[in-house]
Ligand binder design. Structure first.
Ligand SMILES: Cc1cc2nc3c(=O)[nH]c(=O)nc-3n(C[C@H](O)[C@H](O)[C@H](O)COP(=O)(O)O)c2cc1C
Ligand code: SF4
Length: 492
């Protein structure tokens, strides 16, 4: 992963730990309403893909165990990982693209309800993404993938050659020749792997996205409701289709790109279709970027305007993230796919303990506060969830007190200690295992390996019936927290 040149080390702090009484009186542990959905507390576990599904995108026992473990920590809400709305092979990414997924997803919602004692609300993040190929071996690229256009053959002086001869001669030119002759997209495909973009209007399925996506998102949302989820989060963030429509890099000339008004058109149409399908009494919100953090990308000013439009349209909550784009991702090795969290924008999304003077903690709070303030000034009350480097009560409470957000998202802190909110609420905050922001978990995610946390994945390995990762070395869920019984009694 990209790291700031300064490489200043930051260490998380527990800061002030509230007593039971202080926790009970706090903002963090007070209720909040997301449209029709009441959360008991303002603690929120944002979407995190843990690679626990199977090649069919189904809910497996490991998926259930993973979320039940978070639920035992009783956060106000958990958002299930990015889940594909299409019924197409997507590796071990969870899917909701067909009715046959409903039963498995229902088992998941029931497990979370049971494990949290009915205290945690469960949402699901639904996603569409475009195809990205692995970085090709140059020889294979020239033999098979490269489309020999008349313009390319003309540039290369090869228009009288047979297809096979032209390919062979192009390959023989080597990197310097390739760079001079290939157009920008082919050069990128060779260097990074071919990646479809919303600007590719010459591809019929990309042209059709505005017609196709509202229905796909709407049908997925209806399935989510049937499966017992309390709401859906439309994934409008990071490197995926809907974020690409919002991006200032979207230059589509079909009324869905270019100006801000046209870039937000499809995200609003998707929301309208979802709302129509699920009704007014079901929580629907989105996750979007407070800043794309790439050259030429959408800025905080765009995001503030987007936030106001989403709120005006009637979304029940808005959750912010930042960065996480393909545009500045590192070049993958041959045979590997690019990963959108390896460049500077990736760092902004999941900042690590080696940082710049600003540090990795609360990096998204000012931007989120700006968006929230604009929404409030427009007379709208839509709750805003802020995430990014938040790991202790004091920080969470101060953000709520300052009106920077209404709900506090903690992704890696919840991964490091799924009980952190429960411990804090029970006045046991000194027992919280603090995330160290090493990004060991993110490294596993990058390789599509089952995500675990280095702070607990080798602990209590003699536990009976323990389920281990495919490499047999790591436990898949954090060990149980066993609080004293008098403390548990006070929780009821
Ligand atoms: C392993 C892992 C998987 C993630 N998967 C998703 C995802 O599916 N959807 C999403 O919006 N964000 C995803 N994220 C980003 C987190 O939700 C969060 O925005 C980010 O980690 C920063 O918050 P934190 O500092 O509290 O960890 C993921 C993060 C991690 C570490
Ligand atoms: S591996 Fe654990 S400690 Fe390291 S960043 Fe991930 S959650 Fe935090």
């Amino acid at each position: 992963m990209w790291k700031p040149a300064e490489r200043i080390k930051f260490f998380p702090a527990r800061a002030s730990v509230p007593s039971r009484q202080q926790a009970l009186a706090s903002r963090l542990f007070s209720p909040v309403q997301l449209g029709p959905l009441a959360l008991r507390h303002r603690t929120w576990v944002p979407a995190m893909v843990p690679w626990r599904s199977n090649e069919d995108g189904e809910v497996t026992k490991d998926v259930i165990d993973w979320y039940a473990r978070f639920a035992r920590g009783q956060p106000g809400a958990i958002v299930i990982e990015a889940t594909g709305i299409r019924d197409v092979p997507s590796g071990p990414l969870l899917r909701i693209g067909d009715d046959r997924y409903i039963d498995g997803l229902r088992r998941l919602t029931r497990a979370v309800q049971e494990a949290s004692g009915g205290r945690t609300r469960l949402l699901i993040q639904i996603i569409d993404f475009l195809r990205i190929r692995r970085r090709p071996d140059p020889q294979v690229f020239f033999q098979r993938h490269l489309v020999l256009t008349a313009a390319l053959l003309e540039r290369a002086g090869l228009k009288d050659e047979t297809d096979a001869q032209a390919r062979e001669k192009l390959f023989a030119l080597g990197p310097e020749g390739w760079r001079q002759l290939l157009d920008a997209r082919d050069w990128e495909a060779l260097q990074y792997g071919a990646r479809e973009q919303v600007n590719d209007l010459h591809m019929p399925h990309i042209q059709e996205l505005p017609r196709e996506l509202p229905g796909l998102f709407a049908r997925a949302s209806v399935r989510a409701r049937e499966a017992g989820f309390d709401g859906v989060e439309l994934h409008y963030a990071h490197a995926y289709t809907m974020a690409s429509f919002l991006s200032a890099t979207n230059r589509r000339g079909d009324g869905y790109g270019g100006s801000r008004e046209q870039r937000i058109r499809l995200p609003l149409e998707v929301y309208a279709a979802v709302r129509d399908a699920v009704g007014a009494d079901y929580a629907v919100g989105c996750r979007f970027l407070a800043d794309e953090c790439i050259t030429g990308g959408s800025t905080l000013e765009d995001a503030t305007w987007y936030g106001m439009q989403f709120a005006r349209a009637g979304m029940d909550f808005l959750s912010t993230s930042r960065g996480g784009k393909f545009d500045d991702a590192k070049q993958p090795g041959i045979g590997q796919a690019a990963y959108p969290y390896t460049g500077r924008s990736g760092y902004e999304c999941m900042p690590q303990y080696l940082s710049d003077a600003q540090g990795p903690f609360g990096r998204n709070r000012e931007a989120t506060a700006h968006i929230r303030q604009a929404i409030r000034q427009a007379g709208l009350n839509t709750p805003v969830v802020c995430t990014g480097g938040i790991h202790n009560f004091e920080m969470a409470e101060s953000m709520l007190a300052a009106g920077q957000c209404d709900v506090v998202g903690t992704a890696r802190q919840s991964l490091a200690d799924p009980d952190w909110a429960l411990k804090t609420w029970l006045g046991q905050g000194d027992q919280v295992r603090l995330c160290e922001y090493t990004n060991y978990c993110e490294g596993l995610d990058q390789k599509h390996k089952q995500v675990t946390c280095q702070l607990w994945d080798r602990m209590e390995m003699d536990e009976p019936g323990l389920r281990l990762s495919h490499d047999g070395k790591r436990r898949l869920v954090a060990p149980a927290w066993r609080p004293p019984t008098d403390i548990i009694a006070s929780a009821d």
